[in-house]
Design a protein around this ligand. Structure first.
Ligand code: ADP
Ligand code: MG
Length: 242
């Protein structure tokens, strides 16, 4: 991990009418770090991630990825994005989906695609039509598709929802490996039990970043023994903010 900021936002906001989905977020994520965005449904995690990918424009403030203000097409070529709802072609096979995403990003080698299939344990299902796969298998394929172009920044929106505990462990082992290779990961979750895997966490609520730090720092900072309690403590303490 280095001190270089791969992602930096300043007072980043995105409003939908009256809804302040993201509301003045200052975020700094370092190279090689896994940063967890934690917050209940509707707290703005997906909107924040979409701002970072450049799929949405801010209402106010700015988001920079690798020093460039987003949206920026060049930066997109080094960003991997796994959406919360699968963006897969249901009537294509597993292999055809991978090849398709590989081509969008300028062509990934056959061996790279095979390696990714093995990684997500779908080596035996290459010829299966995606519509016939279980939800967990589709999540795994989505992850593989987000990795075809060896991104330096990986944005994962609730990646482990719907996958079994064993594969979850495998996912995290792979995320660690990517970190070691210098890949920066931002991962969102509405459950706390995966937070310990992240170097740092940002607790989100109503579009705001309530608190930031490692799981241990957040517990200590709020004088609580679990992250759930810490979260509640920060929400109570945030009354004057909102
Ligand atoms: P999370 O991912 O944490 O569940 P979201 O970013 O999806 O939160 O949503 C944050 C808030 O913004 C919610 O109130 C949601 O209804 C609203 N929102 C998100 N996208 C849109 C949109 N395209 N149009 C209107 N409201 C939206
Ligand atoms: Mg979401």
């Amino acid at each position: 991990m280095s001190d270089t900021l791969v992602v930096e936002t300043k007072r980043l906001s995105r409003h939908f009418g009256r809804i302040k989905a993201v509301d003045g977020v200052d975020l700094g994520v370092r190279a090689g770090e896994t940063y967890g965005l934690l917050g209940p449904n509707g707290s703005g995690k997906t909107t924040l991630i979409r701002l970072l990918v450049g799929l949405l424009k801010p209402t106010a403030g700015e988001a920079r990825v690798l020093g460039r203000v987003m949206p920026n097409k060049e930066v997109l070529s080094v960003v991997g994005y796994m959406t919360q709802a699968e963006a897969l072609y249901l009537d294509l096979t597993v292999w055809e989906n991978l090849v398709f995403f590989g081509r969008i990003y300028g062509g990934a080698s056959h061996s790279r695609l095979r390696e990714l299939l093995e990684l997500v344990e779908l080596g035996q299902r290459a010829d299966s039509v995606v519509a016939t796969l279980s939800g967990g298998m589709r999540r795994r394929l989505s992850l593989a598709c987000a990795l075809v172009h060896n991104p330096v920044l990986l944005l994962l929106d609730e990646p482990t929802v719907g996958i079994d505990p064993q594969l979850r462990v495998t996912f995290w082992q792979h995320f660690y490996k990517l970190n070691e290779q210098g890949v920066t990961i931002i991962v969102s979750s509405h459950v706390m039990d995966e937070a310990e895997h992240c170097h740092r966490l940002g607790l989100m609520r109503d579009g705001r970043l309530l608190a930031e730090g490692s799981a241990e720092e957040l517990r200590q900072g709020s004088g609580t023994s679990t992250l759930e309690e810490a979260f509640l403590a920060y929400i109570r303490g945030s009354g004057e903010l909102g």
